[in-house]
Design a protein around this ligand. Sequence first.
Ligand SMILES: [Zn+2]
Length: 342
Amino acid sequence: MRGVVMRAPGDVRVEEREDPKILYPTDAIIRVSAACVCGSDLWPFRGVDEVHDRPMGHEYVGVVEQVGSDVKNIQVGDFVVGSLFASDNTCEICQAGYQSRCVHAELIGMIGTQAQFARIPLADGTLVATPGRPEAELIPSLLAASDVLGTGWFAAVAAEAGPGKTVAVVGDGAVGLLGVLAAKQLGAERIVIFSRHEDRQKLAVEFGATDIVTERGDEGVAKLNDLMGGLGAHSTIEAVGTQESMMQAIRVTRPGGHVGYVGVAHEVQLPGDELFFSAVHLHGGPAPVRRFLPELIQLICDRKINPGKVFDLELPLEKAAEGYKAMDERRAIKALLIPQAA
Ligand SMILES: [Zn+2]
């Protein structure tokens, strides 16, 4: 099969990869209908994370081709959405809603779904079948559910966004934008996003943002406080993962408020004294996307939300390298990849 391999930072290729096989009776093999490039794939692309001949991709929707002998809930022919972590969905951690930290969790990113086929471990726990075969126009939104929407949704839930709440969003990538959508769906009253990019601001407003703040740092904090009567936000979504973004998130949150942080942390160090006096709740980490999949799939199939709008570039799998480049240069918010017929 054809699949994306990152040879080294900046060097993305589409190569012949071995066809996946069932390795464990709990596995399924899917034919990937659509995959995409994640903001987190840019960390190794830029050389921030080490990378050497790694298969890429952890977001996917597709059709089940084959199941192992222990798989009961998923059938050959099902159209399925999975998340970036394989999980059994039965252990105590999963049952509590933290499937991304399942005691048997496996990173799908190690398998690589930017490919024609993929082996999905723990298929019964990991995959959720859609009601029937979805129409083609729903596929980008279902694909978004497999990571960026699920992650933005978790951030909004972790930040306790809801009716009567004011929400601040730090980060205008796909996750931040879908954090706006999630906060709106959860009933938030006012949603402010930090963004300097016109196309992203537009999409944020479409998803439910009520205000845009273009200032950053102390100025951004002051501007947001002005908008929120000098008190700061009840709920803040942090969707970047840098020192600056994390501190921005903590500083715009009112005492007693909640920060939902989902940007993959890169060398973030929290100053204990400032954290102590901030009196905010911090909750986040790798999003347990699986917790939200049934609800998100339903909202998408009922056409109540259209998160697929974050994909502003669609490419055949063979041109994956162009997707990485466009996202790296911020010419695209998010690139969707369509594998060629096998
Ligand atoms: Zn588990």
